[in-house]
Every structure is written in structure tokens, then in C-alpha cells.
Write a protein that binds this ligand. Structure first.
Ligand SMILES: *Cc1c(COP(=O)(O)O)cnc(C)c1O
Length: 494
């Protein structure tokens, strides 16, 4: 199976090369040449497997240059019971016809773990397969969750180092503690005086500095990124939709072949695109509900056919969905309209900040997707209602999805069961969850963990428990001008 760019078909490379390279040279994203199919026999086999086996099975269909044995070994260590004590992707039944897919039982309590636990292993193997002798240095600017999930995923992976920058006053106390106490021999964490933009601009500058790259190269190091447009992050996300479908069959909630709907709380469009690929493979999914918060650019796009990023940006209590450019949407446009049309839309987006898709494409999008959004007040109400009525604690992102799913089901009462992706532990956003239920603001974020646990009777998950008692390993706070020299010291130092 070869990989090609969403903006032109000339470059054809292996999966290992696509994962090592990240982005195509023409600025497009890599996609497999064709989508492998799952038939009912395959599904029956998958039903008998454990999560790591299912993951290796699905990944081996896409990453044909990796051996099944290698993939199985990596999946077994990535999704082990030790790292995912609550199961890799368990389902919680909500009412009669809704099923919440909990994607946050990993080592940082966020759904990014589902991809970032396995992707570094895929990269490490890609380096070996492509004869790369240099060390890959992953640079990340983070406003919180991605940084920690990336650190935990890349820690002690062979052939790789990782360095994370975060704005000193731009992340929560819990997030700061999570990063400052990070374990691993190949990791480094650095706070930047400034905001997230300063950190991100600093990282981008380093990435585009060719003299800097040459210097690292002479020292046997090259730069790489961990962001969500890499196919190595997307492919592992297809697995949990297939796995959830198998679990629903195994528990007798659906019969094999029964159509289900899926709702996904969406930001960069990676998670919901993975569900779309699962559908394309043949998983019996009817509709994909794209749930947005107050930053409802995708709701408008699906309704009008116009994507327009020239609009206000809102900071909400579901910050991982506060996004105006959903990068992975490009992959969907490509699957539905081809590379020429996609390249033209992306050019318009770059130049004018907006584009309008053809009527034909708009119709095709509407055949698969429904867009809904949920404002801050409704998000808080949903957290409270789900806790009081269903005795189930959900985080702010999941609440957006539950609210949108319910509204979709009211408008379409055809009895189709709904799978809802839950993307963060409620304890990751404990203060907002606690306030939504009680109306009271906890004293601070650390006490919010305790108070929420007392209120709900649900234990604080292991990645967040005792977070204030762990050894602080990284205390450095630097100016953004000092970033290049710090990167160099870390890259070439050890
Ligand atoms: C990243 C993230 C999302 C958005 O997922 P996309 O794949 O970017 O659409 C939603 N919720 C949480 C908690 C996240 O961390």
C-alpha cells in the first residue's frame, strides 16, 4: 500500500516514509492509495480478539511495510493493562440507546493517548526501515494536553528525543505539574515567558531555519513533529471504532451488520475522520454527527458549504475543540473530490481564509455527516443532567457530544443506536465539571480533583492522583529568544 498527497498524485511513498516525513512536500497530507475493506467474515474474526490484536489487525491493513508480528508487539505494549488499567476503549451504556466510548483510560487521561502511545513506536520502526541513522528530535509547542500525551508516548523510545515548550502562564496548574514531573531519559520540558503563540512561533521558527537544521544534521539529529496530521496518528484512531462495534455485538447490544450512528466531539477533525474511514472500510455506520462547541465553524460548513475562518474565536471550557482550522478536513475533501479540487480549496483557504465547495461535494458531505453545536450553558447543563439523571460523570468535551447526540436523535427518531466518543476523563477538567454540577467554584484546580471525587464517588484516575507529590524534574523558564540554544544543547548534549 502506497501513500499519496491530498494535493497531487506524483509522490508515492511507503507508510514508513509517510510516518517519518509527516507532511507531503506539496503541503498536502498523506493518504493511503485505497481504503482496505472489512467484510462480515473479518468482523466476525475481530470480535474474537483482544484490543491489541484488533489494533494490529487493522494497522496491518494500512501499514503493509510493517510485519504483523512487529505491529502486534507494539500494540501489546502500547495498550497494555498497565498503561490502560480501565481497558483500552471500554463502553458505558447511557439510557437505552446511547453508548459512550471512553477513550481516556491511558497514561495521561486524554484520548490523545490512543494515538500517541503507538505512533512513536511506529516512527522508531520507520527510522530503522528507512536506514535512518540520525536521532529524531520531536519539538512540540503545547497549550496543555498534547504536550503531556506526546511526552508520555515518546519517553524512552529508541532513536527519538522529545522537547516540549509550554507558556508559563498559559496552562493549568495540573497540566504544569503533569509536564514538570515527566519521567524518561530522552525528554525535556521548558516553560516559555509569553503565551501559547510565542511558544508556537518559536518552534515554527526553529523548524524553518535551514542553517539550524544543518548544524543539527552534523551532530546526527533531525527535527520531526508529533502533530495530528501525521498518518501515524490517524491510523490508530480507526481501530477503536471497529473495536467498539465488536464489543457491542459481543455484549448483545446490536446484531452483526446492524447500522449505528456515531457522534464525535470535534476540533482538528482527526477523530471523526477516523470514524469515516472505518465506515469506508465497511463498518456498518449510518451517520457521523460532528459535534462542535461555540466555535462552530464546522457546523456552518456542513450546513452552507462555505468554510470561513474569518470569524471570532472563543475560549470555552472545552479548549481542545477551540479551533478555527480543522487540518484533517482536507483529507475528507480529498476522498470525496480528488486532489485537484482539494488543492484549489486549500489555496483559497490560505489566500482568503475561506472557500465554498461545489454543490456536488456539499451533497456528498451531507450524505455522511450532520453538524451540530452546543454552547457553554448547554454544555454545563448536560454535565449536570447526565450526572444527576444517569449517574455518570462526563467531561466538558464529552458533554458537547452528548448534547449534540441527543438533539440529533430527537430530530431523527428512527431507533438507530448512537455511539458517542468520550475524549477526556472528567478529572482532566475537574474544576469546570464540579462547577457545572454544583454551581460552586472549587478553591483551586488541585482541590477540585478531591472535591469532584467526594461528590461523585468516582476515584481520581492514576495519572492524576498524587500529582502534587511527585518529584519536579523540570523547572526551567526561558525567553522565546533562548529557545534555539536550548534545543541545540538538548539535541547535541547527551
Ligand atoms: C484533541 C481533542 C479533541 C478534538 O479531536 P480532533 O481529532 O482534533 O477533532 C476533542 N476532545 C479532547 C479532549 C481532545 O483532547
Amino acid at each position: 500500500m502506497n501513500y499519496i498527497s491530498t494535493r497531487g498524485d506524483r509522490e508515492k511513498i511507503t507508510a514508513a516514509c509517510a510516518i517519518k516525513q509527516g507532511l507531503a512536500h506539496d503541503g498536502g497530507l498523506f493518504m493511503p492509495e485505497k481504503i482496505p475493506e472489512l467484510d462480515s467474515q473479518d468482523l466476525a474474526e475481530l470480535c474474537e480478539m483482544s484490543y491489541p490484536e484488533r489494533a494490529a489487525y487493522i494497522l496491518s491493513r494500512f501499514l503493509t511495510d510493517y510485519s504483523y508480528e512487529e505491529l502486534l508487539e507494539d500494540c501489546q505494549s502500547a495498550y497494555s493493562a498497565e498503561r490502560f488499567p480501565g481497558g483500552a476503549a471500554p463502553i458505558h451504556k447511557l439510557g437505552d440507546d446511547k453508548f459512550v466510548l471512553e477513550l481516556w483510560h491511558g497514561p495521561t487521561s486524554a484520548f490523545k493517548d490512543m494515538a500517541l502511545q503507538i505512533m512513536p513506536k511506529l516512527l522508531s520502526r520507520a527510522l530503522t526501515m528507512t536506514g535512518e541513522e540520525r536521532t529524531a528530535l520531536i519539538l512540540v509547542a503545547t497549550s496543555g494536553d498534547t504536550g503531556k500525551a506526546a511526552l508520555e508516548g515518546y519517553r524512552d523510545v529508541k532513536g527519538v528525543k522529545i522537547m516540549v515548550f509550554y507558556p508559563v502562564d498559559g496552562v493549568s496548574r495540573v497540566q504544569k505539574l503533569q509536564m514538570a514531573t515527566q519521567l524518561g531519559e530522552n525528554v525535556n520540558v521548558c516553560a516559555i515567558k509569553g503565551n501559547f503563540d510565542d511558544a508556537q512561533t518559536g518552534v515554527k521558527k526553529i523548524f524553518t531555519d535551514t542553517a539550524f537544521a544543518d548544524e543539527l544534521d552534523r551532530g546526527g539529529v533531525f527535527l520531526s513533529s508529533a502533530n495530528s496530521i501525521n498518518w501515524g496518528r490517524l491510523a490508530p484512531q480507526i481501530v477503536y471504532y471497529v473495536s467498539a462495534y465488536c464489543d457491542l455485538i459481543n455484549s448483545g447490544e446490536i446484531y452483526a451488520g446492524e447500522m449505528i450512528n456515531v457522534t464525535v466531539p470535534t476540533g482538528n477533525f482527526g477523530n471523526i475522520f477516523a470514524a469515516f474511514i472505518a465506515k469506508k472500510m465497511g463498518l456498518p455506520i449510518n451517520r457521523l454527527v460532528c459535534a462542535s462547541n461555540k466555535n462552530n465553524i464546522l457546523t456552518d460548513f456542513l450546513e452552507t458549504g462555505t468554510y470561513d475562518r474569518n470569524r471570532s474565536f472563543y475560549t470555552t471550557m472545552s479548549p481542545s475543540m477551540d479551533i478555527l482550522i480543522s487540518s484533517n478536513l482536507e483529507r475528507l475533501l480529498y476522498v470525496m473530490s480528488g486532489s485537484e479540487e482539494t488543492a484549489a480549496y486549500m489555496k483559497k483557504l490560505n489566500e482568503e481564509g475561506r472557500y465554498t465547495v461545489s454543490d456536488e461535494l456539499k451533497q456528498k458531505l451531507g450524505d455522511h455527516f450532520s453538524g451540530l453545536f452546543c454552547d457553554e450553558e448547554s454544555t454545563a447543563k448536560e454535565i449536570k443532567r447526565t450526572f444527576r439523571e444517569d449517574e455518570y460523570l462526563i467531561d466538558t468535551h464529552t458533554a458537547v457530544a452528548v448534547s449534540c447526540a441527543k438533539r440529533y436523535m430527537e430530530k431523527n427518531p428512527d431507533g438507530t443506536k448512537m455511539l458517542i466518543a468520550s475524549t477526556a476523563s472528567p478529572y482532566k477538567f475537574a474544576a469546570d465539571v464540579f462547577k457545572s454540577i454544583t454551581g460552586e467554584k472549587p478553591a483551586d484546580e488541585l482541590s477540585a480533583l478531591e472535591e469532584l471525587s467526594k461528590l461523585s464517588g468516582v476515584a481520581i484516575p492514576y495519572p492524576l492522583a498524587d500529582i502534587d507529590k511527585r518529584e519536579i524534574r523540570f523547572r526551567e523558564v526561558i525567553s522565546k529568544e533562548e529557545m534555539p540554544s536550548n534545543v541545540k544543547a538538548f539535541a547535541l548534549g547527551k
